[in-house]
Design a protein around this ligand. Structure first.
Ligand code: C5P
Length: 316
């Protein structure tokens, strides 16, 4: 009998191709309609049996990731342990190798949490299937369930109620421009609420704004695999708030469009900017030009959609 004492899971970053945000709810969250899209920028998480839970982090932005129980991956471990017999679920040490920048609008922390769930689920042999794992994920954070699922999916509620988008397997070619610094997601949502409140004060008769709805043009672009149409349909309600907190991003977005990107937007709550290119070659040119233009800290290329958190096979 083989006893598994450790394993590694690879997990992707996410973009929001559409992010439609409703008014704040009584619980402080906002109802969303969003189109999640997983891209080939991965963190790697290794979980090993240990005397007690612990975490160590290396790579991109590692010094800004909490090394204690506040770490989202350790919170995911605790949530899974609570859901299974704690007797059989021993301590684990989680090692995170980060390539997804921290607090960048790419759901890197949620990705690490999803990977920890998959790794510990295997390690402990819980027998828990994906539906229950998705429920546990949703309790850990709004974007964690999508990081399990991957691909392209519509998210509703806080973003945790997911429906996979049926689309051809066309790969899209993205360029990601990483910014200096970070944006806090709660702060970006709060600024959006303030901008909207100021707008409605100026309006003559305050009418109840319609709830967020799925963009038909974007879904049609995805169904036909038409990158040019998809580029035109990209949208993010959080973008004005992110731009008001980080005005230099306007220049980054404008530079990418001038350089021929099919579309440009701030990713999630930012500050990463993402650009859709016509092909792998065009993405390479765009990445080189953006990097040379001095409008961001660094660039990366990625394709999507890619699968969610996946166990990495051990090569012997
Ligand atoms: O769920 P998660 O911890 O990822 O969310 C981080 C923060 O983002 C929340 O505390 C909340 O301020 C904001 N948020 C929101 N509405 C959502 C998702 C997140 O207001 N649907």
């Amino acid at each position: 009998m083989t006893i598994v004492t450790g394993l590694t899971v690879r997990v992707p970053a996410k973009l929001n191709l559409q992010l439609a945000v409703g008014p704040p709810r009584p619980d402080g969250y906002h109802d969303l309609v969003t189109v999640f899209h997983a891209v080939s920028l991965f963190d790697e998480i290794t979980a090993e049996a240990a005397g007690q839970d612990g975490v160590s982090v290396s790579g991109e932005g590692a010094d800004r990731v909490p090394g204690n129980r506040d770490n989202l991956a350790l919170r995911a471990v605790a949530a899974l342990r609570a859901a299974v017999a704690p007797r059989t679920a021993g301590g684990v040490h989680i090692t995170i190798a980060k390539r997804i920048p921290v607090a960048a609008g790419l759901a890197g922390g949620s990705a690490d949490a999803a990977a920890a769930l998959v790794a510990c689920n295997e390690l402990w042999g819980t027998g828990i299937g994906q539906p229950q794992l998705l429920e546990i994920a949703a309790r850990v954070g709004s974007d964690v369930a999508f990081a399990l699922l991957g691909g392209t999916a519509v998210g509703r509620g806080r973003g945790e109620r997911l429906t996979p988008a049926l689309a051809p397997a066309t790969p899209y070619h993205w360029v990601l421009a990483f910014a200096d610094g970070q944006l806090s997601t709660p702060e970006v949502y709060a600024v959006l609420d303030r901008l909207r409140a100021a707008e409605s004060e100026g309006a003559a008769a305050a009418t109840e704004p319609p709830g967020p709805s799925l963009d038909a043009a974007l879904m049609s672009a995805l169904r036909s695999g038409d990158a040019r149409q998809l580029g035109r349909a990209l949208s993010n309600d959080l973008q004005p708030a992110a731009l008001s907190l980080y005005p230099a991003l306007r220049k980054t977005l404008a530079a990418g469009l001038e350089l021929g990107a099919f579309g440009a937007l701030v990713s999630g709550s930012g500050p990463t900017c993402v650009f859709l290119a016509a092909s792998a070659d065009r993405a390479l040119d765009l990445a080189a030009s953006l990097s040379g233009a001095g409008v961001c800290r660094t660039v990366a290329r990625a394709t999507g959609p890619v699968p969610g958190a996946t166990v990495v096979p051990v090569v012997r």
